[in-house]
Ligand binder design. Structure first.
Ligand code: FES
Ligand code: FE2
Length: 353
């Protein structure tokens, strides 16, 4: 079961061109996204209401799409506006449409009740589109349930082991205590967890060497992130030489936006980027490309491990997981939150007794 009343990322904005019939499956539902002539987006189920052919097998006609099977034509709200040979279109010929919008280069679709679509639930993915930050957008596809990848992003103790040669490199990270607190919406509802972790007196990450020269000595590293529903990580991370002020020129600061969108119960879309500050980019213009390559290498390390974990779980489905308190506080809280929201939606949808 998935939360429906929330925004899921369906694409990077550049993926949806002016004339394309863009398709992606979210929560098991095949969606079609169109960009209208004025640049705005429309999303609808990729199924013609006549005989259920994919509308994406048809063609664009201005801000409408014509089914490639028998020629019904639909507007961007999913309403059929033409049936070849009929003077009047029966109003029940309609395809489900979905609220869709773009914020900082991510295209979000609301999978629940359209009347409940709430823009205050959108994450602050500012570094996707900020003049002070640079990045290269990324996408990966996983054949595992999305919560297993959430678990991975909520437990950074794996950095020292899975990413020993890319992002991690220091067993002190696994041992560092993390501080966890709830993230709340303005109305007080919890919507995620904030995790902060300080790791003093460690060498600079080998990863930083890919875009910064001359990093030596001991550093304090930090990993401060929000992980908010339905599965978005917003991470402020970096490091500065021990006892140096925040604005020390050797301080490294990164921001990253990553989000998980269930494709089906057992597969997941993963949109990601890691932004460096523009000053690092200007000092070494290949920084963004090198960071992206390092990140992709690290994310394949995650993917190999999580995919192996999922195969193991499927092979021995009755074995329980045993939480480790030092690692799993945020994992447990976030999973609890997902269950609460799913249960609340189910209760709201249940017929009154
Ligand atoms: S299936 Fe689309 S018009 Fe018949
Ligand atoms: Fe990882």
């Amino acid at each position: 079961m998935f939360i429906r009343n929330c925004w899921y990322v369906i694409a990077w904005d550049h993926e949806i061109g002016p004339d394309t019939l863009f398709t992606r499956t979210v929560l098991g539902e095949p969606l079609l996204v169109l960009r209208r002539a004025d640049g705005s987006l429309a999303a609808m189920l990729d199924r013609c209401c006549h005989r259920l052919a994919p509308l994406s097998c048809g063609q664009r006609e201005g801000d409408a799409v014509r089914c490639g099977y028998h020629g019904l034509k639909f507007d961007c709200a999913g309403q059929c506006i033409e049936v070849p040979g009929m003077a009047r279109v029966p109003p029940h010929l309609k395809v489900r449409s979905y609220p869709v919008l773009t914020k900082n280069r991510w295209v979000f679709v609301w999978m629940g009740d359209p009347a409940a679509a709430d823009e205050t639930l959108l994450p602050d993915n500012f570094s996707n589109d900020h003049p002070g930050w640079c990045h290269q957008p990324g996408y990966m596809h996983y054949e595992v349930p999305y919560l297993l990848i959430c678990d991975n992003l909520l437990d950074f103790s794996h950095l020292s082991y899975v990413h020993a040669n890319t992002l991690g490199g220091s067993p002190e990270i696994a041992r560092a205590r993390q501080h966890i607190e709830p993230v709340r919406l303005p109305d007080g509802r919890p919507t995620g967890v904030k995790v902060t972790r300080r790791v003093p007196d460690v060498p600079p990450s080998p990863y930083w060497q890919s875009f910064r020269d001359g990093l030596e000595g001991r550093f304090e590293r930090w990993f401060d992130y929000h992980f908010v529903l339905p599965g978005t990580l917003l991470m402020d991370s970096g490091g500065r030489p021990m006892d140096a002020p925040d604005d020390d020129s050797r301080t490294v600061r990164l921001h990253s936006c990553q989000t998980l969108t269930p494709e089906t119960a057992t597969s997941t879309h993963y949109f990601f980027q890691q932004s460096c500050q523009r000053r690092d980019f200007e000092r070494a213009p290949d920084t963004v490309g090198r960071m992206y390559q390092t990140l992709v290498r690290a994310f394949h390390e995650d993917k190999d491990m999580i995919s192996a974990q999922y195969r193991a779980i499927l092979a021995t489905p009755d074995l329980p997981m045993r939480p480790v308190p030092l690692f799993d506080g945020a994992v447990g809280q976030f999973r609890g939150l997902v269950s609460q929201w799913v249960d609340a939606e189910r209760a709201a949808a249940a017929p009154a007794a």
